[in-house]
Design a protein around this ligand. Structure first.
Ligand code: FAD
Length: 388
């Protein structure tokens, strides 16, 4: 938790020349770092009382790592995370294919900690216990659940999948809908050096190291039965076993007796045609929550934040920055949003003949790694240069 003076120095301060970032998550903290590094006045408003304490895992692929490197936290994060060198795909416990990777797999808690520490070390200010309730885009002005109202220069909506900002501005496209997938997660106390993906009809299981002796376990189930969207909803080991075939039990049996097994529904939202409106810009899941099957939601949040921040610094004019942000981000996030849905379908195929074809292609062609490599190749600085 931040020291008292950082959490409560809010009473009389004027924020009318600040960029107000809503949400101290992946996109909010990253944007905060980029702006603070260049001396742009910025403050982050977060509804919770502390930074996230999520123990769940997250993998950051090379496109996201490029950004963490640029803001100066890649090495620190790497030293506390899993650094798998290879990804291996299995079907019925038999390896289909594998390819080399350069990614960081870590806990969300660790990623948030490094981003927050960086922002604070740059002199950045996070105002916790500030839940946005209303927005007036004309002034612009934000009203909070704690009774405060503040005039600001611009609003960067980084408030995640349940974005209040988005529901206030884009009423029609704001409601998340159940994607048809639910997810089990837990942490296995063991050592594992590589990423493993087990494909099966109507499910797949992903495990990766998040430190020397802890492994993130995620099992996605294709199921029409709607499950609530919550990081905190617990499930039982028995229900987990019921959802997966017996042959996979050896992967997660150390969760037996654990009180830390969670189940939640994966939700998505339509991407609005425009990622900004008058005086407000949407980033990360507030703009485009996607199914997690390419592991790109957090990386898109990093890319959005880095690019929007750099554009604000380069152009000084917020309207121009918003238009360029739209130009650079819309088609990429839309493509990856669709590709993630397609990947979900490929991972959960149940027709035996199509499974045979998919597995054959994975074994004997480069199909499994072509798509990730194309996505991972993205360099935001090169993209910004192209339009400057
Ligand atoms: C099962 C699963 C696995 C995933 N795995 C990966 C992966 O391996 N790699 C990857 O890149 N991505 C992954 N993702 C996606 C990734 O977690 C999200 O895309 C990412 O966290 C989005 O970042 P964000 O900054 O938009 O939102 P968040 O990180 O969710 O931050 C939103 C912040 O806004 C705050 N907030 C919300 N409402 C308000 C309000 N009204 N006022 C003030 N503050 C508010 C919240 O408290 C929170 O701190 C996964 C997602 C799921 C569901």
């Amino acid at each position: 938790m931040l020291p008292f003076f950082l959490r409560h120095n809010i009473s009389m301060k004027d924020y009318s020349s600040h960029i107000a970032i809503i949400g101290a998550g992946i996109s909010g903290l990253t944007l905060g770092c980029v702006l603070q590094q260049s001396g742009v006045q910025v403050a982050i408003f977060e509804k919770s009382s502390t930074a996230s304490e999520q123990g769940a895992g997250i993998s950051i692929s090379p496109n996201g790592l490029r950004i963490l490197k640029n803001i100066g936290i890649e090495n620190g994060l790497r030293s506390e995370s899993g650094n798998p060198k290879k990804i291996q795909f299995f079907y019925e416990q038999i390896q289909l294919t594998s390819f080399p990777i350069n990614i960081i797999t870590t806990s969300r808690q660790c990623l948030y900690k490094h981003l927050l520490n960086k922002f604070v070390s740059l002199g950045g200010e996070v105002l916790f216990d500030h839940e946005v309730l209303n927005i007036d885009l004309i002034e612009p002005k934000i009203s909070f659940a704690n009774g405060k109202s503040l005039n600001v220069r611009h609003i960067a909506a980084c408030d995640g999948i349940k974005s209040k900002c988005r529901s206030l501005i884009y009423k029609g496209t704001a409601q998340p809908t159940y994607s048809g997938y639910s997810i089990w997660r837990g942490i296995l106390e063991k050592k594992q050096s590589d990423n493993h993906i087990h494909l099966g009809p109507n499910f797949h299981i992903v495990t990766y190291p998040i430190s020397n002796d802890r492994v993130s376990f995620v099992a996605a189930i294709k199921s029409p039965k709607e499950v609530i969207e919550s990081w905190k909803a617990k499930g039982s080991y028995q229900d987990l076993c019921n959802d997966l075939p017996k042959s996979t039990r050896s992967i997660y049996e150390s969760l037996q007796g654990s009180n830390e097994i969670y189940k939640w529904g994966v939700y998505i939202k339509e991407i609005p045609a425009q990622l900004f409106d008058n005086n407000i810009t949407f980033l990360g899941d507030a703009a485009h929550p996607m199914v997690p099957f390419l592991g790109q939601g957090g990386c898109m949040a990093l890319e959005d934040a880095y690019i929007f921040g750099k554009l604000i610094v380069l152009k000084s004019d917020l309207e121009i920055s918003q238009k360029l942000y739209q130009k650079l981000r819309f088609s990429r996030v839309k493509r990856i949003y669709k590709d993630s849905l397609l990947q979900g379908k490929l991972n959960h195929i149940s027709n035996p003949f199509i499974i045979f074809c998919r597995n054959f292609l994975m074994r004997y062609s480069p199909v499994a790694f072509l798509k990730p490599y194309i996505i991972w190749d993205y360099d935001p600085d090169v993209e910004i240069k192209k339009i400057s």
